[in-house]
Design a binder for this molecule. Sequence first.
Ligand SMILES: Nc1ncnc2c1ncn2[C@@H]1O[C@H](COP(=O)(O)OP(=O)(O)OP(=O)(O)O)[C@@H](O)[C@H]1O
Length: 526
Amino acid sequence: MSAISTDQPLLDVRRITKNFGNLVACNAIDLVIRAGEIHALLGENGAGKSTFVKMLFGSLQPVSGQIIWKGRPVSISSPAVARSLGIGMVFQHFSLFDSLTAAENIALSLDKAIPLSDIASRARDIGNAYGLPLDPNALVGDLSVGERQRIEIIRCLLQEPDLIILDEPTSVLTPQEADRLFVTLERLRSEGRSILYISHRLEEVKRLCDRATVLRHGKVVAQCDPRRETAASLARMMVGNDIGIVRRDAPAIGEGSALLEIAGLSQPSRGPFSTALRDMRLSVHAGEIVGIAGVAGNGQGEFFEAISGEVTQAGPDTIRIGGVAAGQAGISRRRQLGAAFVPEERLGHGAVPELPLTDNLFLSRYSTDSRTYLRGRSLKILAQDALQSAVKRIVKMMDVRKSGENPDASALSGGNLQKFIIGRELDRKPAVLVVNQPTWGVDAGAAAHIRQALIDLARSGSAVLIISQDLDELLEICDRVAVMNHGTLSDALPIGEVTLEKIGLMMGGVDAGHSVAGQASVGGMA
Ligand SMILES: Nc1ncnc2c1ncn2[C@@H]1O[C@H](COP(=O)(O)OP(=O)(O)OP(=O)(O)O)[C@@H](O)[C@H]1O
């Protein structure tokens, strides 16, 4: 790190502009960051935050404007140039190779060749120093999202950056992991480094950040000290009016028929870092939302794969959908039985980035709706008109903001793609919906929209299962909550019996769920 005088900004961005076709994603944005400050960049989905920081990191080029770095105008023509200047970035979507170890992934991103053993020991040291413990020899494919994020942060810190850009860092973390990250960030600040922090979680912005710049439709609409604002006033600056409140009537009591039944689901671990599932039991009934809480990496990913049919089971009865044994059925058959699935990772798993929205819709719907979306008797042709009108319907229902009629999935901002993927599954009115992390990276307004849509689906008679690390979200919308810990699933407690403290204990492995009186009558257990 080279020192700069305290009154000279570290970064001074002047009237920077970027457009995609007719859409002006960033419109003459001014922003100043001083040494040793944590600066929040706020804005609803599609406001232009990612586009802005990609220009600072050299992965996108502005059409006009100037970037002054440590008093000198610079042209950041590539990420390598950004890194050499001292600008590091931790992306919202990780760019790690599953089949390589943490250390090998870090080696690939370094601009100099350094022996792997040196990288592994430096990564371990940095991890320990900054409260981000990491096994450099672990295979990335076996790690949880939270652990993958640690690799990204450590590989960024290895380059000794003066400015670290973090895009939605806590959206994948548990409250405890987020607290640990804040300690790391405060430590970096005390070392004189600066952080540009994108987050939709306004409470944490208030707690952590020294200044905030708010974008709306690509323009700066406010700059403020977030500690002097309320979460509501920050949200108002972002959207220009008040955020909708999720409406829920009395919790459902699980008296509808069981539409998703999991009975004795066990699965060996598929590698040294994957979690074995042990005798899981749960029923989700028509009309209710059941939530699964838990620290990342306790089997949530494996559980989702087992329910969705990405990994099938030996016993047909371990999973029943709509009363039909489906344990040996693949994903298409489970869809035909009325189930729909939204995975955690939207790019590459929930959607194919380089395909347009119509094709992405077709890929998830052809097994259930081939009559609607395919024409011709033997020569099957995509019914583009039907696909386009379905995309329009979904875009309207979920308020997806996009540029162009039918853009590629990768051209949607993260939150808007999430709204599209959830809308694509809701559009089928599935009898069973299983969603992993429904509002990851989604702004407060869009999160409220998604949560309301999930409640409405359940109240219309479907069974909804949500896996989420956001405990506030689970408490807000679920009728019952179970906790996953080391590949086991607790009883699902009715929401009236759930407190944050009790869930926290269960997440730590304390059997708080079984101590509840009348547990046998809790309607969730098969
Ligand atoms: N490669 C691209 N091609 C076309 N349009 C794009 C592209 N990348 C972004 N956009 C559009 O630019 C606008 C700003 O997107 P951006 O990703 O910067 O928003 P954001 O504020 O980061 O949103 P989020 O909070 O959802 O991540 C959006 O309307 C988006 O659809």
